[in-house]
Design a binder for this molecule. Structure first.
Ligand code: ADP
Ligand code: MG
Length: 663
C-alpha cells in the first residue's frame, strides 16, 4: 500500500444513476479522476450537476453503481458497510452546508463524537485541541443553538479533524454563512491545506474556488473542465497512515472502550428521555402500569397465601372432620334413611379408637346476643371440651368450660373478639351476664383473635358447651360434625379406616350406602387443594399483568420508531462520522432499555405503594417479595430489548446519505 504513487484518490469510470419510478437521473457518468495528496480541489458546477453525489462517493458515504474507486491504492467499492464506516471514520472528515451538529450536545461533545466511534475516547484531549485550533475554546460547553452559524461550522470543522483524517470533504461549507464567517472558514481550510491535508470542497462561488489549487467543473454528471489554479509545492503529507497508531494498545483498551461507549450511550439515552419528558413518561406509562400491577398482584397473592397458611395452621394438619351425608352431595342429605346422623355417644366411642388423640362434636346455629342495650346477631357454636386445644381456641382472657359444666349443660359462654367489641366496646366481659336467644349466659372467657377465614369473620362467634347448645338452645338431637385429631400424621390413613369401620358398625350402614351415609374430610388434603388454588390464582394474576407489560412494550416500540424517524438526520450524521451498524443499534437499544427500566422503577414504586395501601385499608397481609422485584426488573429490560430491537435495527440499516438528506 505504501508503495503506491501519491494518488490518494483514483476514480475509474465511475457512474451513479438514481432511479425514481421510470425516470433516471444520471448523477455521475463515467467519471475518471485522480487527486494527489495535499491537493486543495474545488468542485464547481450548476445545481444538480452531481457535485454532492461525487463528494459522497469520494467520502465513502455512498457507493458507485459502476466503476472502481481506489483510496490510497485500495479498491473500496466492494467493502462492506461496517468496513466503510471505520475507513470513513479514520480517513474522511466531513463538513456539510447544514453543519449537522447534534443539538443536545455541547460543542466539545460534538467534536469528540468521532473518537467514540473509533474507540479512542481516551484521546479526548484531541477534541479540546481541535476546538482550540478553530478558536472556540471559550465556547466549548455551548450547545449548537447558542452558537452563530460561523461558529457552528467551525465546530463541525473541528469535528472533521479530530481523527486526523487524510482528506477533508466539504460540501458548500459556506453556503449558509455571511461573508465574514465565510472568510474565516476558508481561512481555516487553507491553513489545513498548508499543513498538508488534502481538501475537496464543493462550492458555488468562483472567488472561493480560486483559493484552491485546482478547480473541477461539472455539468450533467460529467467533468467539463479540470484546471490547476496555481502551483503549490507538493509537500509530502505528514499525516500518519490510517490505523498505524499502536494497534496492540488499542486492542488492550478495546474492552474499556466498549464500556465507555456504553456509558456514553446511557448518558445519551437519559438525555433523550429528559428532552421529551412528557412524551417519554406517557410511553413509559404502559410499562409502569404493567410493572406496578405485576408487583401488586404478586404481593397480593403472596399475602393471600401467607394468611391462608396462618388460618390453616390454626386448624391443624392432622385433623379429620366427620359429617353426615355424602361428601359428593355437598354435605346436603338427600336420601333419608341412607344418611347417618351422629350423636354425642358416637363422639365418645370415637375417642377410644387407637391413634385418636382428641375428639370434639359440634353444632352451630344463628343467635341473637344481648347485653344491656347492645344487640348483635352472631353464630353460636356448641363445641366439645377438646375444641379449644384442637382448634387453637384456648381463651386469651378467662377460661374455657370444664367437664362439670359440660355435664350439667351449664349456661356459660366464651366470646369471640367481635362480640367483645360489639357488646362490651372492647372491655373485659368475663363474669358478665349476657342473653343469647333470651337465655341468660355467664361470660367465662374470650377467644383469641383469628381474623378473616373461610366462611367469613372467624371472630363473630360465641362458643358454648355442645350439650347446652343441643338441648337448651338449638333443640338438636344430633351433632352437625365431629372433629377428630390424630396423634401423628403418619397414622392418618389407618385412623381414618378405623373410624370408618367403627361408624359403619355402630350405625349398621349397608356397604352400598356407605358413600351417602357420611364423609370424612382430611384437613391436610384440603389445605393442599387450597394452596394449589392460590398458586393458580397468583399465576393467573401474574399472566394478566404480564400481558399489560407486553402492551407497554408495544408503546415503547411505537415511541422508539417515532424517535428513529425524528432523528434520521442524526443517524445519518453519526454514520457519516464513522458509526457502524452495531453502534447505532446499541444506541437505540440502550435508549429503549433506559426507558423501560425507568418505567420499571416507577412501576415498582407504584406497585409497592399499592401493596402498602391495600394493607393499610383492608388489613390483608400483603408482602412484596425481592424475587418479584428482580423478576420484574429483568422483565422490563427484556421488554426494552425485544421491543427496541426492531426500531434499533431500522435505525442501523439506514443509508447514511439518504438519512442525511432526510427532511
Ligand atoms: P449538486 O450537488 O451538484 O447540486 P447532486 O449531486 O446533489 O447535485 O445531485 C445530482 C442529481 O442527482 C440531481 O439531479 C438530483 O436531483 C439527483 N439526486 C441526488 N440525490 C438523489 C436521490 N437520493 N434520489 C434521486 N435523485 C437524486
Ligand atoms: Mg449539492
Amino acid at each position: 500500500m505504501k508503495d503506491t504513487p501519491a494518488a490518494v484518490i483514483r476514480l475509474q469510470k465511475v457512474s451513479k444513476t438514481y432511479r425514481i419510478g421510470d425516470s433516471e437521473v444520471r448523477a455521475m457518468q463515467d467519471i475518471s479522476l485522480e487527486i494527489q495528496a495535499n491537493e486543495f480541489v474545488a468542485i464547481m458546477g450548476p445545481s444538480g450537476s452531481g457535485k454532492s453525489t461525487m463528494l459522497h462517493i469520494l467520502g465513502l458515504l455512498d457507493r458507485p453503481d459502476q466503476g472502481a474507486y481506489y483510496l490510497e491504492g485500495r479498491d473500496v467499492s466492494k467493502l462492506g458497510d461496517d468496513a466503510l464506516a471505520s475507513l470513513r471514520n479514520r480517513c474522511a472528515g466531513f463538513i456539510f452546508q447544514q453543519f449537522h451538529l447534534l443539538p443536545r450536545m455541547s460543542a466539545l461533545q460534538n467534536v469528540a463524537l468521532p473518537l467514540i466511534y473509533s474507540n479512542q475516547n481516551h484521546m479526548l484531549f484531541k477534541a479540546e485541541e481541535r476546538i482550540r485550533s478553530v478558536g472556540l475554546e471559550e465556547r466549548k460547553s455551548h450547545k449548537p443553538n447558542e452558537l452563530s452559524g460561523g461558529q457552528q461550522q467551525r465546530v463541525a470543522i473541528a469535528r472533521s479533524l479530530v481523527n486526523d483524517p487524510l482528506i477533508i470533504f466539504a460540501d458548500e461549507p459556506t453556503g449558509n454563512l455571511d461573508s465574514k464567517s465565510e472568510e474565516e472558514i476558508i481561512g481555516i481550510l487553507r491553513n489545513l491545506h498548508r499543513q498538508g491535508k488534502t481538501v475537496v470542497m464543493v462550492t458555488h462561488e468562483r472567488d472561493l474556488a480560486e483559493m484552491a489549487s485546482r478547480i473541477i467543473c461539472m455539468r450533467d454528471g460529467r467533468i467539463i473542465s479540470d484546471q490547476a489554479v496555481k502551483k503549490t509545492p507538493r509537500a509530502k503529507t505528514e499525516v500518519p497512515p490510517a490505523g498505524s497508531q499502536d494497534r496492540s494498545k488499542a486492542y488492550a483498551q478495546k474492552n474499556k472502550m466498549f464500556l465507555t461507549e456504553m456509558a456514553e450511550n446511557l448518558r445519551q439515552g437519559f438525555q433523550a428521555l429528559l428532552t421529551n419528558k412528557m412524551r417519554s413518561f406517557l410511553s413509559m406509562l404502559g410499562i409502569l402500569i404493567g410493572v406496578a400491577s405485576v408487583i401488586a398482584m404478586l404481593a397480593l397473592g403472596k399475602g393471600a397465601e401467607v394468611s391462608m397458611q396462618k388460618s390453616m395452621s390454626s386448624l391443624g394438619t392432622n385433623l379429620l372432620s366427620i359429617r353426615s351425608g355424602g361428601f359428593h352431595r355437598g354435605g346436603v342429605a338427600q336420601e333419608a334413611g341412607a344418611v347417618t346422623r351422629f350423636t354425642l355417644q358416637d363422639a365418645e366411642a370415637l375417642a377410644k379408637v387407637p391413634h385418636i388423640k382428641r375428639v370434639s362434636a359440634g353444632v352451630s346455629g344463628r343467635g341473637q346476643a344481648v347485653y344491656g342495650n347492645k344487640n348483635w346477631s352472631t353464630t353460636i357454636r356448641g363445641n366439645g371440651l377438646d375444641y379449644a386445644a384442637m382448634r387453637a381456641a384456648v381463651p386469651v382472657l378467662g377460661r374455657y368450660f370444664n367437664t362439670a359444666e359440660m355435664q350439667r349443660r351449664a349456661r356459660v359462654a366464651v366470646l369471640g373478639q367481635t362480640l367483645v367489641d360489639e357488646l362490651f366496646g372492647g372491655g373485659n366481659p368475663v363474669g358478665r351476664i349476657i342473653k343469647i336467644n333470651r337465655i341468660q349466659f355467664q361470660v367465662i372467657g374470650v377467644l383469641p383473635k383469628k381474623g378473616e377465614g373461610f366462611g367469613g369473620n372467624q371472630d363473630d362467634t360465641v362458643v358454648i358447651p355442645v350439650t347446652t347448645a343441643m338441648y337448651r338452645m338449638l333443640g338438636k338431637k344430633f351433632v352437625d360434625a365431629i372433629d377428630v385429631e390424630i396423634d401423628d400424621l403418619k397414622f392418618m390413613e389407618k385412623a381414618e379406616e378405623a373410624i370408618r369401620s367403627l361408624l359403619v358398625k355402630r350405625h349398621n350402614v349397608r356397604p352400598e350406602d356407605e358413600e351417602d351415609a357420611f364423609s370424612i374430610r382430611n384437613m391436610a388434603e384440603m389445605q393442599e387443594a387450597l394452596k394449589s388454588m392460590t398458586k393458580t390464582m397468583t399465576m393467573l394474576l401474574g399472566c394478566i399483568a404480564a400481558i399489560s407489560l407486553l402492551v407497554g412494550g408495544i408503546g415503547i416500540m411505537n415511541i422508539m420508531l417515532v424517535s428513529v424517524t425524528e432523528r434520521t438526520r442524526e443517524i445519518g450524521l453519526r454514520k457519516a462520522i464513522g458509526a457502524r451498524k452495531k453502534d447505532i443499534m446499541l444506541q437505540f437499544l440502550i435508549e429503549a432499555v433506559v426507558m423501560t427500566i425507568c418505567g420499571g422503577v416507577m412501576g415498582i414504586a407504584t406497585g409497592v405503594g399499592i401493596a402498602v395501601l391495600i394493607t393499610a385499608f383492608t388489613g390483608w397481609v400483603v408482602s412484596v417479595s425481592v424475587s418479584s422485584v428482580l423478576v420484574v426488573t429483568l422483565f422490563s429490560i427484556m421488554v426494552g430489548l425485544v421491543f427496541g430491537l426492531w426500531p434499533a435495527q431500522k435505525a442501523a440499516e439506514l443509508n447514511p446519505i439518504e438519512a442525511l438528506r432526510y427532511e
